[in-house]
Write a protein that binds this ligand. Structure first.
Ligand SMILES: [Zn+2]
Length: 131
């Protein structure tokens, strides 16, 4: 029954994009780890006495540190969302006959675009309209 609706990608293409997604997913998880460390390292949870005196001596830097940490945290959340999209795409590439098709206009999203953004649900045209 799935066959009838399966107008989309060939099994081979699905397999390919599955790998693309898995690879991006792995990279993203590595980056998440790095980013988490970036804003965890500065957090005053470990050895607070030392950090307190540090702050006292470098008052001017405190604002910058907080800003840096916030930036790292923002990157982290964005990356985290991306990871969720990838997980979702991984599920779709296996189960969704509509994977690789634009949800707006139904046209086939070119493989080159899927290669870049395998989690996308929109062709470039519709995407630019949304924006
Ligand atoms: Zn479209």
């Amino acid at each position: 029954m799935a066959d009838k609706k399966n107008k989309g990608l060939t099994a081979k293409e699905r397999q390919h994009f599955r790998e693309v997604i898995l690879k991006k997913r792995e990279e993203t998880m590595e980056q998440l780890d790095e980013k988490r460390q970036a804003f965890m390292d500065n957090s005053p949870t470990g050895g607070s006495a030392q950090i307190d005196s540090n702050y006292a001596y470098h008052m001017a830097d405190v604002g910058t540190d907080a800003q840096e940490r916030e930036k790292a945290f923002m990157h982290y959340t964005r990356e985290f969302k991306y990871l969720n999209y990838l997980n979702e795409a991984l599920n779709r590439v296996d189960n969704d006959p509509e994977y690789g098709f634009c949800v707006e206009c139904g046209s086939r999203i070119p493989n080159e675009r899927l290669e870049e953004v395998p989690h996308t649900r929109h062709c470039v045209n519709c995407k630019s309209k949304i924006k």
